[in-house]
Design a binder for this molecule. Structure first.
Ligand code: FMN
Length: 316
């Protein structure tokens, strides 16, 4: 059995709670893994490498005491702008973190270091060209970040991206973008993905480190409230229009502003992208409450099973 198959056999549902800047902390990860799904967080959410060390210790201690808990994953930004990469990677190796999710750079040396202690590397991509680079680096699975996803989303339709990726990578594919329900997880599996990757849905949970107003905005929002723009962070991403309005920006006139201009305006008002301008994917219409993670995962599992039974019934 491959390392990836061994990992998925330990999951109650084929689901990853995706890493989210400022949102995913030890509480969310512990609750997700404790509920039987892969819980993850960006290493940079810990302010320093020593805080990351403390978080990993805290999460691993809690999971050791939770029978049947799923493994955890840490997201590393592999880019020269991340000055902490070497230190954070050394810590991930020391804690033998079961899954490392790399973003931006797929590096063979890093993959080998993680494989050496028996860990797996998932690499997050938004274009077919990056699937090729990930395959060359020897990663264990590729996360396809499709159009409509939260954060720095891609633009490809999930069916099109799965077909493109399949031509370039023989290993497991993980599907991301606007997935919010158990039925969506089943749909991702049916389309050929090994796992579903859900971000935005987990912001609207009790354990997420997001302001209450952000969580309530997700409950109120529909897909037309999401704007895809490079004006906020310099890279195209999905943001909640009502959070722009709250910060004094006019979403309909963003394109008139030169890149970087908004950052300066936000800084004058002491506002920041991600902290005050909130990101979300187009799957928000299916978010109607802010439950604890355990309640959400129970519901996702019930929806997944009932959708599967319904389809199996149709096929019979
Ligand atoms: C608020 C927010 C912050 C995010 N931060 C990160 C991050 O730090 N690293 C990363 O690899 N992806 C990040 N993402 C992307 C998610 O990991 C995931 O790909 C995406 O949320 C999936 O789409 P969905 O939100 O529609 O479910 C972020 C997404 C959101 C909504």
């Amino acid at each position: 059995m491959s390392g990836f198959a061994q990992l998925t056999a330990r999951l109650r549902l084929p689901l990853v709670a995706a890493p989210m800047f400022l949102v995913s902390g030890p509480e969310l990860v512990t609750a997700c893994c404790g509920s039987g799904i892969l819980g993850t967080f960006p290493a940079l959410n810990a302010r320093t490498t020593s805080e990351l060390d403390a978080w990993l210790g805290q999460i691993q201690e809690a999971l050791a005491a939770a029978p049947g808990a799923a493994p955890l994953g840490v997201n590393l930004i592999v880019h020269r702008s991340n000055r902490r990469l070497d230190q954070d990677l050394a810590l991930v190796v020391r804690h033998r973190v079961p899954v490392v999710i790399t973003s931006l750079g797929a590096v063979p040396d890093l993959v080998q270091e993680v494989h050496a202690y028996g860990g797996l590397v998932f690499h997050d991509v938004a274009t077919p060209r990056h699937v090729e680079k990930a395959a060359d680096a020897g990663v264990d699975a590729v996360v396809l970040v499709c159009g409509g996803a939260g954060g720095h989303a891609g633009t490809l339709n999930p069916f099109a991206f799965l077909a493109e990726a399949r031509r370039r990578f023989a290993g497991p594919l993980i599907l991301a973008g606007a997935l919010s329900t158990g039925r969506d997880i089943l749909a991702a599996r049916a389309a050929g993905a090994a796992l579903a990757y859900m971000g935005t849905r987990f912001i609207a949970t009790r354990e997420a480190r997001a302001p209450e107003a952000y969580k309530h905005m997700l409950v109120e929002a529909g897909a037309s409230d999401i704007i895809y723009t490079d004006r906020i962070s310099g890279i195209p991403g999905s943001f909640l229009k009502p959070s722009l309005v709250r910060a004094g920006l006019d979403p309909s006139r963003l394109h008139e502003r030169p890149p970087g201009d908004i950052e300066a305006e936000l800084a004058r008002g002491e506002l920041r992208a991600w902290r005050d301008i909130w990101s979300a994917g187009q799957g928000v219409a299916a978010i109607t409450d802010i439950p604890p993670v355990a309640v959400l995962v129970d519901r996702l599992e019930a929806e997944y099973r009932s959708a599967r039974d319904e389809l199996c019934g149709d096929a019979a």
